[in-house]
Ligand binder design. Structure first.
Ligand code: VGL
Ligand code: ZN
Length: 214
């Protein structure tokens, strides 16, 4: 792997209030990614932030089914894990973490907006065929290396990595800039091994040093 700012994109997945401690679906230590993400933004020319952005009665909410949180249901698009209500469009919980350098973003991409279809990946909705448009954005800019950061390692970061690998992008996961929900327990470690096995590189944010892109 050779870092070339012109051909690389920094993808900051779902670093939103609801996924940080105190939020509706708080990822343990989730806000710890903010520092590494902000430092990384200094090195990239192409920077995308994603926001999970659900309508109030979204299919992924346990409340919409009258079921318990973390149970699973079958939908026409496969098995759906049920979550607490989170990242409702326009809510404070859906806002990006206030400490992020959002001014560095060239694109803010919202996903999960279709009521009946969840979207973990930044590239495709959970039917794995409906595109978000991000692939075209990246390709027209000549990006072939994707640096993944954000929340949660075992859900949205994982699905984004799987889709990116499938599409032929080089995938670099910045280990200190991701955190997992680890539901069910043990899932996070499994996902790291899975992604390594599929060819994703795991690095520390420190490998880009303190400098700025020339
Ligand atoms: C996510 C669960 C539900 C994520 C989004 O960003 O990883 N997890 N919606
Ligand atoms: Zn969601």
């Amino acid at each position: 792997m050779r870092f070339e700012a012109g051909h690389s994109a920094l993808l900051v997945v779902d670093v939103q209030n609801d996924f940080c401690p105190g939020g509706a679906l708080g990822v343990p230590d989730g806000d710890a990614v903010v520092g590494p993400v902000n430092r990384l933004t200094r090195h990239f020319r192409h920077i995308v932030f994603t926001q999970d952005w659900h309508p109030a009665d979204h299919v992924s909410f346990a409340s919409a089914w009258g079921r318990k949180v973390y149970e699973s249901v079958e939908t026409e698009h496969g098995t759906q894990v049920l979550w607490p209500e989170h990242c409702v469009q326009g809510s404070r919980g859906a806002a990006l973490h206030p400490g992020l350098r959002v001014e560095a973003a060239s694109l803010i991409l919202r996903k999960g907006m279709v009521k009946g279809l969840d979207s973990y990946s930044a590239l495709f909705e959970n039917d794995r065929v409906t595109p978000t448009g991000l692939e075209g954005w990246l390709r027209t800019l000549g990006v072939h290396s994707l640096w993944l950061t954000g929340l949660a390692t075992d859900y949205c970061v994982r699905y984004t990595a799987l889709d990116a690998l499938r599409l032929g992008f080089e995938v670099v996961v910045v280990q200190d800039a991701v955190r997992g929900v680890d539901v069910p327990a043990g899932r996070e470690a499994k996902v790291v091994n899975e992604l390594k096995g599929l060819g994703a590189l795991f690095v520390s944010s420190q490998i880009l040093g303190e400098g700025q892109v020339p």
